[in-house]
Design a protein around this ligand. Sequence first.
Ligand code: ATP
Length: 447
Amino acid sequence: MNDVKDTSGGEVITNVALKDIANLSKRRGFIFQNSEIYGGIGSVWDYGPLGIELKNNVKAEWWKSMVYDRDDVEGLDAAIIMNPETWKASGHVSSFADLLADCLECKKRFRTDKIQGESCPECGGKLTEPRSFDLMFKTRVGSVEGEALDIYLRPETAQGIFVNFSNILNSSRQKPPFGVAQIGKSFRNEITTGNFTFRSREFEQMELEFFVKPGEDEQWYEYWVEARFNWYIGLGIKKENLRLREHAPDELAHYAKKCHDVEFLFPMGWSELEGIANRTDYDLKQHSSLSGQELNYFDDATGERYVPYVIEPSGGVDRAVLAFLINAYRTETVRDRKRTYLSFDNRLAPIKAAVLPLLKNKPEIVEMAHRIRDDIRGVYRVVYDDTASIGRLYRRQDEIGTPYCITVDVESLEDGKVTVRERDSMDQVRLEASALKNFLKDKLENC
Ligand code: ATP
């Protein structure tokens, strides 16, 4: 695919190149190009055996902090396909488009909101007048020509929450302030792609719509901006590579009163990881007027009826996964050899422990290693590997971010102890094999 460049990047101070991350992702099974054997398709990606674990862990941490750790948020899983009226009400049919200009000299295409000046940022050539490109994927429901209904693949998960506002209010006994959390696929026919998974055409969002009484919106907005920034820091993103950026008035989406982006210093420059917006009562009012259904809240205690304001933290799962990969990537030289490792927070590591027999031709050692693997797996992903020398096995686990390697050796057969090696420090401790379960529980659950 002939993808065009996004020139929104700023200074580059992270020393990881996106190609290092993409190479490691492919080599080790984190992320693959979709339908690669046919030459792929632009900006669509598949998550491999380790990628799915990492992605699931990111989503589980988000769900835990948004739903399990609170009592004012409910979950939802709305369908991707919705009645197309939804997208009229939300404003997507009339205004979800990018303005693009082509360079008449080098023929590259740019988003006009991402470039400064009126000439080509690459070659200085003259640009065409901006043209509007629709970002929604259109398809059809039903099979008979003429009777089929034109529909869209949802470009955001949020609308599934708004149209279910009354269902959740009536079935959950929540009242404002309360939120609805959802993780799911979204689709955008992005024109300016590139930068690995950063801007994909099919991606996942994790969105919370938090409904509050008008007048309380500003304090809740501040609360969520801070909470969402701290979520990334709490999972190990380096503070110096994360910042908040407030949208200028002319940058705000049509529904937003205020918006902050959480930005991460990606190799191509500071870019958006998540947006936190004060969407006001825009969406509920729009859906009320188009559907004819009242979407509001009646407060029994005060006798007041109002349309709640909405604070929306909206993050991308794929962008978070990419940021956690970049953030974790380390190289160092150990005894004249380069060591690459992924320093993930234990909660995000795809594999929590690897059990490695020192001698694979000694059946008692192999048997003990299998027993240990069986004993500690179940709750976490644990692997057994005896396909190389111990040095290579350690390197393999380092490179995929496994925090603990457990080695079974000849002495283990006599004293029942194993060696546990920690990924980042490479420190080793000798532990009773029977104490491993508690050791891991402590390390993995109490981060
Ligand atoms: P951008 O300006 O980078 O296109 P956006 O402001 O349009 O992003 P939102 O509509 O606010 O993005 O979507 C919320 C979140 O969804 C973003 O912060 C991002 O993490 C994620 N997201 C949006 N579009 C994509 C995409 N094409 N690929 C991957 N993630 C995306």
